[in-house]
Design a protein around this ligand. Structure first.
Ligand code: ADP
Length: 324
């Protein structure tokens, strides 16, 4: 999905933020970007969202050279990428609900879709009962959950989190990681830039380490390389186990190698999200359900079930090239 090909970024001849960086990220991956302060993590993210351009090299997103995207089309490109920030970047004069719905309104979504999607996003991050409060009335962890809900508003293919736990205590940090893990289970690629060793060790995922603007290692494991279970801090092991056991059984079972193709189904994003909440992540899983099983899914009901049946019919009857 993403390819960095020999990418360098010099801010001036003396300041080399990235030098000859190459890596690929597949759809559905969960990975960390780590390295000391000044290593080039934020620069890499700014290049990926085309906030800045590389001095040399090529960046491909779904096989498109992002440097070739015209300026007026950048907002469309950026809708594919949700970003979560260390300092949340919520709008202080809007409620939590308005912060999330605003991200949908500016892309021209219809009122009922804005409402349904906002409801399901607030539910996903566990903020339904806090939705009418303003950011300053929330804890750091709650603000970060709101930041995640907003970043997911337009169903990005990639979610980038830049030091998402930088201002949070360890327990709250792991709650945030659990939410990001769930988002990833549902098919979104997740990339997290962090200094948080405990979090990286506990998740045991792919880790790209940058130092002085170059990649010095790229492997699955903990902050300092391959995760040696015995060397992990006891607390991390405990939280990791809790994080996995907190997932619904169906999600644990569907985790390996299943890539969600629900995006291809012509239903609203709120319906897709509700299906994912029921651990339905593929069209095949949907086709296996009877109409009464569909209706009985949590939060679906008669009307949404009918929308899904119609969408499945049009999908199944569409010529193959339209299904891609
Ligand atoms: P990290 O996010 O890993 O802390 P950065 O990408 O912010 O690293 O920075 C990498 C290097 O580039 C550092 O030496 C930093 O000082 C420099 N740098 C970052 N942004 C700019 C900028 N806008 N102008 C000049 N130098 C910059």
């Amino acid at each position: 999905m993403i390819q960095f090909q020999q990418v360098s970024k010099f801010y001036n001849p003396e300041i080399v933020a990235l030098r000859d960086v190459s890596f690929d990220i597949d759809q559905g991956e969960f990975l960390f970007l780590i390295g000391p302060s000044g290593a080039g993590k934020s620069t890499l993210i700014r290049l990926l969202i085309r906030q800045e351009d590389p001095t040399q090299g090529t960046i491909l997103f779904d096989d498109t050279d992002i440097l070739s995207i015209r300026k007026h089309l950048l907002p469309v490109y950026r809708q594919q990428i949700g970003v979560v920030f260390q300092d949340y970047k919520l709008l202080d004069t809007k409620t939590i609900r308005e912060n999330v719905s605003f991200a949908l309104e500016i892309t021209g979504k219809l009122d009922n879709e804005v409402k349904e999607t906002t409801d399901s996003l607030l539910d996903l991050v566990g903020l339904s009962d806090r939705q009418d409060l303003f950011p300053e009335q929330l804890s750091g962890g709650e603000k970060q959950r709101a930041g995640i809900a907003r970043a997911l508003a337009n169903e990005p293919k990639l979610l980038i989190a830049d030091e998402p736990t930088g201002n949070l205590d360890p327990e709250t940090s792991f709650e945030i990681m659990k939410i990001l893990q769930t988002v990833n289970e549902w098919g979104t690629t997740v990339m997290i830039a962090t200094h948080d060793k405990e979090v990286v060790d506990a998740m045991n995922q792919r880790v790209i380490r940058l130092e002085n603007g170059t990649i010095v290692s790229d492997q699955k494991g903990g902050y300092n390389g391959n995760c040696d279970e015995d060397k992990k801090p006891a607390k991390s092991r405990k939280v990791e186990i809790e994080a996995v056991s907190a997932l619904p059984i169906e999600q644990k079972e569907t985790k390996p190698d299943i890539i969600s193709d629900l995006d291809q189904l012509p239903v609203s994003s709120a319906v897709r999200r509700q299906l994912r909440k029921n651990s339905i992540v593929t069209i095949d899983q949907l086709l296996d359900l009877s109409e009464s099983e569909l209706i009985s899914l949590d939060g679906i009901g008669d009307k949404k079930a009918q929308d899904i049946v119609n969408a499945l019919e049009s999908f199944v009857n569409a010529p193959p090239h339209e299904q891609a």
